[in-house]
Each structure stands twice: as structure tokens, then as C-alpha cells.
Design a protein around this ligand. Structure first.
Ligand SMILES: [Zn+2]
Length: 411
């Protein structure tokens, strides 16, 4: 039953199944001017009972979602307010040789609900009785038998205002274009199979189309776009988070990508330092491979370790900054606050990322190959890398390249 308190017509439906669950008949009926929900329930029951009598059904098990009425019929003393309704229904029930009442879940009676809803949602007020189940519910009955998923889904994405329809290969029909569904006289839509489809169809019937050629329109958050813009759509769909404080120290035009990537992973503390590996496997020795004195954590490697602090201090010394901080947090804060010129700050960030990269490379060499490089060779590699980057910038006409080249030429 589909009833509303606003005095509209009410939709009702019943489905008759045999003892094996096969649908024998179904019916739809539209009621008008039903004043209250209780009255609606009574009218429905009386209509169902009359229909069963007309169809010569002698032994019937009634399954309804009206738990209150069914309880009232079985225990009238508990529901004195429904005395009149119970009396009317019981009188009609006497016409059957045997009857039984059951309370059904919304899922049990969903097909009957769909049929009932078509009265108010689609304005289908014609009443009828027909054999079998409605053709447009084939799919649900097929699914009930096979317990497989629903092959047709209609999805909508309110964020960017579009609707799409997915029809699987198993579906019986496929809609190729809007022209198949709309003619000059209006919409010709296939029967809806779900409440959501019904609502979509109701919306479509409020739209009329012209004979002009179709043209796509993209709307993002209500704003009409001239064309599809993937960046705009991505920005709407993606999860927004506050900017990562270290981002400016990692991603910038003069960065060396492999250095930036390593620094980024250490910024997130995601690289497998021995302290982290030890947390997964307690048998792992977590002693630093560079100094052999303390535990190897990110903060120790950059740059509390004797080995790495020596390298870091020497490299900063070449840039005219002889006493850089050696704690991770202090170092990043210190770089953030470096005063102009911007060229020096850029060189410091490059050197910071390069030092992280090469120290991690040295640590991995010791961990995997057992080889050890002295700090001097290691520093020579870094200066060489920075110089190549500066030359590359310079070759592309970037003034920053010449300035950086000057800074790293004081080997
Ligand atoms: Zn160490």
C-alpha cells in the first residue's frame, strides 16, 4: 500500500503465489479520498479479501506489513482502538475454508509495494487484475530465483550533476540513445524497477526536449562549464586536507626529483629505518650502521648521527652557514625561516634533500652490500649533483641556475 496524508489517491496491490512461491496473479487498485491511515489499511484489507473471494481462493495465507492489524485480529483485547476494523475483517475472513495471517518484512512485500507506488509516482490509476507477475518485475523475480546481483543500476552523482545508467551484458534490453525514449508526444520509458528509478522517471517527465541537435553541458557544483575540465572535477571529487607543512621544502622547481622523493618519504617517516623494521620484527638489530652507537631512526639519521652531522655541517659550511641545527624538527624550521636571498634558501633546500638522499644511499650500501664510502667521496658526489642541476637550469635560461652554480663552485 502507498498512502499519503495529503488526500491524494492511494495505491494498493496484492500478489497471489502458490505454495511453491510461483506468482499466480497480481492486481493494482487506486483508491481516492482515503482520510486516515487506519481507514486506508481497512480499505486495503477489504479489497484484498473481496479479490480472493472473487478468484475462488479457499485456503489463503495472508502476508502483510500491517503488524498492528494482524495482532489486533489475533489478540483483539490488546488493540481496543482497532475493534471496528478487526470486526469488519474477521467477518470477511469467515468466507474462507482456511486462512492464516503473517507479518511480512518490507523486503518480502517489495514487489507489491512497487506496484502500489506506481499509482502515485507515475499516475497509473487504472486498476486491474492480471495473471503472473508484471513484466517489468521480471528482473526481481529472476534475481530472487538466482540470488544474483541486480544487473541494472541507475546511479547519480549529485556533486557534479549527472546521471548515468549501467546495463550489464545479461540485461534483456539496452537503451542506445535518448531518441529511443523520447518522441514529440513525450517520454516512452521502460517500466521502472526500483523506487529510485521511479523518482528519476518522474523527474524526466517534467523535462521536454526540442528537435535541436544535442550538445553536452558540463556543470560542476552548479556552475556551467564551457568544456570538460578534469582538474576542476578532480578538485571537487578529491578529499581536501590542509597543506602539509613540509611541502614547500620538498616540491619546488629547482628540486632534483629522486632527492625530493626520498626527503618526502622521510618527511612522512615512511622509509624503513631499523627502528621501524625492529617494530615489525623484534629480532632485527636497530643499531645505526653509520656510527654504530645509537638506534637508527629518522631523527637520528638526520642529523644526530655523528657521521651524518659531520657531512651536513660541512656542506652547510660551504654555503656560509657553519652551525646548522642537527635535530629533524629544528632543521626544517630553520630552513623555513632562512632570510633572503632566495637563491641561498634554494641552495640550502637542495643540499638538505641531497644530503638526506646520499646518507640514505650510504646506509643502504652498508645494509645490503656491506660497503662503506668515506664522507669525502660522498660529499664530492653531492656537490657534483648540485652543480649538474645548476648547469641544467642555466642551460634553459634560468638566472637561478647561474647563481646556484656560483654557490656550489666553492669546492
Ligand atoms: Zn648513527
Amino acid at each position: 500500500m502507498d498512502w499519503a496524508s495529503r488526500g491524494e489517491s492511494m495505491g494498493a496491490s496484492w500478489i497471489v503465489k502458490d505454495e511453491k512461491g510461483k506468482v499466480l496473479e497480481h492486481s493494482r487498485h487506486a483508491f481516492v479520498e482515503v482520510g486516515s491511515l487506519t481507514e486506508a489499511k481497512l480499505q486495503l484489507w477489504l479489497w484484498v479479501l473481496e479479490s480472493m473471494r472473487s478468484l475462488k481462493k479457499k485456503k489463503v495465507r495472508f502476508v502483510s506489513s500491517f503488524g498492528d492489524l494482524i495482532e489486533a485480529i489475533e489478540k483483539p483485547s490488546c488493540w481496543p482502538a482497532l475493534q471496528f476494523e478487526v470486526g469488519e475483517i474477521k467477518r470477511e475472513l469467515q468466507a474462507f475454508e482456511a486462512w492464516e495471517l503473517r507479518i511480512g518484512s518490507s523486503n518480502t512485500i517489495r514487489c507489491a509495494s512497487f506496484i502500489a507506488q506506481s499509482v502515485r509516482n507515475l499516475g497509473l490509476t487504472q486498476s486491474y487484475v492480471a495473471a503472473g507477475h508484471p513484466r517489468w518485475l521480471d528482473h526481481i523475480y529472476a534475481n530472487d530465483r538466482s540470488a544474483s546481483g541486480d544487473p541494472e543500476r541507475v546511479c547519480d552523482c549529485p556533486t557534479i550533476g549527472w546521471h548515468y545508467k549501467i546495463i550489464s551484458k545479461q540485461a534483456a534490453c539496452r537503451v542506445e540513445g535518448i531518441s529511443e525514449l523520447y518522441s514529440g508526444s513525450g517520454w516512452s520509458l521502460p517500466p521502472a524497477r526500483t523506487t529510485r528509478q521511479l523518482n528519476l522517471q518522474i523527474f524526466l517527465t517534467t523535462q521536454s526536449l526540442t528537435q535541436a541537435s544535442d550538445s553536452p553541458q558540463w556543470s560542476v557544483e552548479g556552475a556551467l562549464q564551457n568544456s570538460f575540465n578534469s582538474a576542476l572535477v578532480w578538485n571537487v571529487l578529491r578529499e581536501h586536507k590542509p597543506p602539509w607543512p613540509l611541502a614547500k621544502l620538498i616540491w619546488f622547481n629547482a628540486a632534483i626529483p629522486r632527492h625530493a622523493m626520498t626527503a618526502w618519504l622521510f618527511g612522512l617517516n615512511r622509509n624503513p629505518t631499523l627502528v621501524r623494521i625492529h617494530a615489525w620484527n623484534p629480532e632485527t638489530d636497530k643499531t645505526c650502521l653509520l656510527c654504530g652507537l645509537e638506534e637508527e631512526s629518522r631523527d637520528h639519521l638526520f642529523f644526530q648521527c655523528q657521521y651524518s652531522s659531520q657531512v651536513w655541517t660541512q656542506i652547510m659550511g660551504k654555503l656560509g652557514l657553519p652551525s646548522p641545527p642537527t635535530e629533524w624538527e629544528h632543521t626544517t624550521e630553520w630552513i623555513h625561516r632562512l632570510p633572503p636571498p632566495i637563491t641561498l634558501k634554494t641552495a640550502v633546500i637542495q643540499a638538505w634533500q641531497g644530503t638526506i638522499y646520499l646518507i640514505w644511499q650510504e646506509r643502504n650500501r652498508r645494509f645490503h652490500d656491506g660497503l662503506t664510502f668515506p664522507p669525502a667521496r660522498f660529499m664530492k658526489s653531492l656537490i657534483s649533483l648540485l652543480r649538474i642541476k645548476a648547469l641544467a637550469l642555466s642551460a634553459t635560461g634560468r638566472a637561478l641556475g647561474d647563481k646556484l652554480l656560483f654557490l656550489c663552485s666553492g669546492e
